[in-house]
Design a protein around this ligand. Structure first.
Ligand code: K7E
Ligand code: CUA
Length: 636
């Protein structure tokens, strides 16, 4: 008893001292946990140092996070309708989606100038439908969806912009006959082809258009990266399934010791098209390497590679064979010398193959399942290891050795370093994009969130700082310094030239032509003008709402009862939404986005009369309403 008491006292004393020491260390910012917490802590009211753009995978969207806090800031709708803001519901975004309601977005690609992120645009692919979207980082809105790109069957190696955003690319993951036609799958090797497409980007406004397509062997084209510095003008693409298997790929596509990566001279390819050497297939200029030489080459890579990553200097091309324990580093100078000397070991469907030994610079023994490599500002590379669930840090250059490793939880796919794809990575952070989160978060049933993990690169050893869950399903991501982006907060009214826009109360009107009704209206706190709209059953009604606000964060919503119709109109913007008057009776509408103390009062009625009820061809508000509205606008 006595002994027990004394023992208890000793335990309590030790615990007290431990607590005091821990508290002291925490207050001084010492201790591993304390310092990790401080490194991700962004005080209320303060902002993050980086924007991170994570692909939304089969959610079809882009997630925006702040780093280092790892706070989810917003989601940008891209390939999938988004009812809260009405993306896919208003006429402009509906037309842009082209009838698709789904996309599978894998690889965000920030625009670059001189090989550094310039903060103008973000490109992202929709793999299954071979489309590329351009998001304008001025307002974080999707402004163009290019595609489906003809002849490209699933754009996985996509978009991976060049150093001045001259091109984005789309290479086919699957192969199909080009042109697609009635053939047997068993004739795969004879009739199927892959395609590498070069999509031109207008340097001023970012508009995409098709530059060229190259007919490639029917391998599964996987990932890409742009050359820079000495390798500027080239784009590199990995592939697996050089076996050309068309069934049981998980076995049959892993037989060869070597697959390939392709080096494409995009200036030569564009010149060949401009010189009239292409054949038009489904409206696309297709170059056949059997006839057109000097545009593409194949370099052997061991064991089903995934990532192909050019180091910041542009001298080295790093390929990760998924079924190998090494990263194969190639020297661009050696590749170029072999090409210039015409030193080929053979060819595949017209594409010359170079010798492995002629191009290889080094093999780095990183560990099992290497997938993707990123870089810092101190001459180090970071390779994700899917099978080992680790990141390996290694020296770019002799002795090409691994200098550090860190465990991640679990099964990492891509990783994202701060400005890690540029000529000047910042070396602050890397985010592990783990494919399986298993037990890391509160259980929410069989579908777990994905796991992302923030790792500090600033010390001699990598340090895990924070875990954050993401919704389905980031593949790749990119991180840009926050100071490079200066998004607008309102659309200047004077620049509003959207169809259907009006700017004065005198222009408010409801126009009728046959059974088409156009409502030209204004929204401003806290009123729809007009707020009573009279139509007939069977009318096709187009609401054009202009939001006259010029204050930060005052968006108005427009939701129609008993329908799927809702959209948001941001300050200074005009949006058009179509609605069919299906039933006679009264159909209310309201502002669905909180906008002021009187938000709840912001509503209106559509009066739907029976078919054939006589209606005026133009209805305008009365003079008093116009005067009141103008007084309200003048008072702002
Ligand atoms: Cu999931 Cu780049 Cu499509 Cu890999 S992808 S890790
Ligand atoms: Cu306008 Cu709520």
């Amino acid at each position: 008893m006595k002994r027990g008491l004394r023992f208890g006292f000793a335990v309590a004393l030790v615990a007290t001292i431990a607590a005091l020491v821990a508290g002291c260390m925490a207050s001084q910012g010492g201790g591993a946990a304390g310092s990790a917490a401080q490194k991700v802590y962004v005080k209320p009211g303060e902002k993050d140092a980086y924007y991170a753009f994570l692909s939304g995978g089969h959610h079809g969207n882009v997630y925006v996070y702040g780093i280092p806090s790892c706070r989810h800031i917003t989601t940008i709708p891209v390939f999938t309708p988004e009812p809260a803001v009405g993306y896919g519901n208003d006429e402009e975004s509906k037309a842009m989606l082209g009838g698709y309601t789904w996309g599978d977005a894998h690889h965000p690609g920030l625009s670059e100038t001189d090989g550094d992120y310039d903060g103008r645009w973000l490109f992202i692919n929709d793999m299954p439908n071979a489309r590329i979207a351009r998001i304008d980082l001025k307002d974080f809105k999707t402004r163009q969806i290019f595609g489906p790109i003809p002849n490209v069957s699933a754009a996985h190696a996509c978009p991976f912009p060049t150093p001045n955003t001259e091109y984005v690319f789309a290479a086919s993951r699957f192969s199909v006959p080009v042109p697609n036609r009635d053939v047997r799958v068993e004739d795969y090797a004879k009739d199927f082809r892959g395609i590498i497409a070069g999509v031109k980007v207008d340097p001023k406004i970012g508009t995409m258009s098709l530059g060229f397509e190259i007919l490639m062997p029917p391998f599964d084209w996987d990932l890409a990266d742009a050359g820079k510095g000495p390798s500027h003008g080239w784009e590199f693409f990995t592939c697996y399934n050089s076996e050309m298997a068309y069934d049981s790929l998980e076995i049959k596509a892993s037989q060869n010791e070597m697959d390939y990566f392709a080096a494409v001279d995009w200036r030569a390819a564009q010149k060949a098209v401009d010189d009239g050497k292409a054949t038009m297939v489904n409206g696309a200029p297709v170059l056949d390497p059997v006839k057109v030489k000097g545009i593409a080459y194949l370099i052997p890579v061991p064991k089903s590679p995934h990532g192909v990553d050019v180091d910041p200097s542009g001298q080295y091309v790093c390929c990760s064979g998924k079924l190998q324990a090494e990263v194969s580093v190639y020297s661009f100078a050696k590749i170029k010398a072999a090409i210039d000397a015409g030193k080929f070991e053979g060819e595949k469907m017209g594409v010359p193959t170079l010798k492995f030994e002629d191009c290889l610079e080094a093999k780095v023994p990183v560990g099992l399942g290497p997938l993707h490599t990123q870089f810092d500002n101190k001459g180090n590379a970071y390779t994700s290891l899917f099978l080992d669930s680790q990141i390996a840090k290694w020296k770019v250059g002799p002795p090409w050795n691994v200098v550090d490793k860190i465990d991640v939880y679990y099964s990492i796919g891509h990783l994202m370093a701060s400005e890690g794809d540029t000529r000047h990575p910042t070396g602050d952070y890397v985010v592990a994009l783990d494919k399986l989160s298993k037990d890391r978060y509160l259980n929410v049933g069989p579908t777990h969130p994905e796991a992302a993990q923030l790792i500090d690169l600033r010390g001699p050893k990598m340090e895990l700082l924070y875990d954050f869950p993401t919704y389905l399903e980031p593949h790749y991501a990119q991180m840009i310094k926050a100071e490079k982006l200066k998004p607008i907060t309102v659309y200047p009214l004077a620049e509003n030239d959207k169809p259907g826009n009006i700017k004065r109360a005198e222009d408010i009107r409801v126009e009728r032509k046959g059974n088409r009704v156009d409502v030209y209206g204004l929204v401003v706190r806290t009123h729809f003008s007009p707020d009573i709209v009279r139509v007939n059953q069977g009318d096709e009604v187009y609401f054009h709402w202009t939001n006259l606000e010029q204050d930060d964060d005052i968006a108005h919503g427009f939701g129609i009862l008993w329908s799927s119709k809702n959209m948001q109109v941001e300050p200074g913007e005009t949006k058009t939404m179509h609605w069919t008057a299906e039933k006679a009776g009264i159909n209310p509408f309201y502002c669905s986005n909180f906008c002021s103390a009187l938000h709840q009062e912001m509503q209106g009625y559509i009066e739907v009369r029976p078919r054939g009820t006589p209606q005026a061809s133009v209805v305008r508000p009365d003079a008093r309403t116009i005067a009141e509205l103008n007084a309200l606008l003048a008072a702002r």
